[in-house]
Design a protein around this ligand. Sequence first.
Ligand code: SAM
Length: 286
Amino acid sequence: MLLRDFIQEGRRALLLFYPPQEAGNILTQLFSARLGLPPHTPLVHPETEIPPERLAQLQGDLERLLAGEPLQYILGFAPFYGREFRVSPAVLIPRPETELLVEMALPFLDAAGPGARVLDLCTGSGCIAWSLLLERPDSIVTGVDLSAEALELARTQFPDKAAPHFLQADVLSRPRIDGGPFDLLVSNPPYIMETQKAQMRRNVLDFEPGMALFVPDGDPLCFYRAIAAMALEQLSPKGTGIVEINDALGARTAQVFVKAGFSAVSLLPDLSGRDRFVKFSQATAK
Ligand SMILES: C[S@@+](CC[C@H](N)C(=O)[O-])C[C@H]1O[C@@H](n2cnc3c(N)ncnc32)[C@H](O)[C@@H]1O
């Protein structure tokens, strides 16, 4: 079968679920991962023959895509901050906006200097913890999650590199974490309200882990209260925290950190201008 024919068939089917550009991107990524083709091949050489021994796998992939499964789970990896992270249905697929959190955090690691101590709460695949450690190998990074399966995956992301410390704990019970006081606290906790489910795509709802996504409507800021309480006790006096947030609850989330006693609290936008992060520290901090 020619690439062109597979694309035509695949695109027609995927358009039932995805906008045209996304359908095209998914197929390009699939060919790149499964056939090792550069992204421009489908456009420039659509007459490329798909090796017959690969066809069955590609058709299986397409069926899974049509059942709504995210491409990243099918391939078993997702890109994040310039690296490929292994993913499974036990972990959230890392999102591009979370890369911004890493970007914003790095200057605080630099300011803290060699040996900077970092705490990543609700670490999931470990994408934030690993990215910070790999970008700044002289830092000491600890990642915490409740899910044993997520932690297993996080620990083994890059077997040939020195890993962050990964610990199992329930953030809502505000545990004391070994290795502090921390210079930097980062977190992308669950923050989607049950009432927001109606606006979400089926492939997220049906395949990504509910415990990574949802918080009760009655108490949507529970993780931020726990994080603020932990930060108050476990951040060093000059430490900084950066958390990813629900853009529908920006001001209320910032207030949690003000109420907890942080004197410098700011709301920061993502690339589409939505309130996406809260940064907090004591005013005397640099
Ligand atoms: C939104 S995901 C973030 C994962 C990863 N940090 C990222 O940015 O892609 C939230 C994570 O919180 C974890 N989690 C849920 N409830 C928790 C709890 N009570 N204590 C610790 N971690 C929890 C989930 O297992 C999930 O890995």
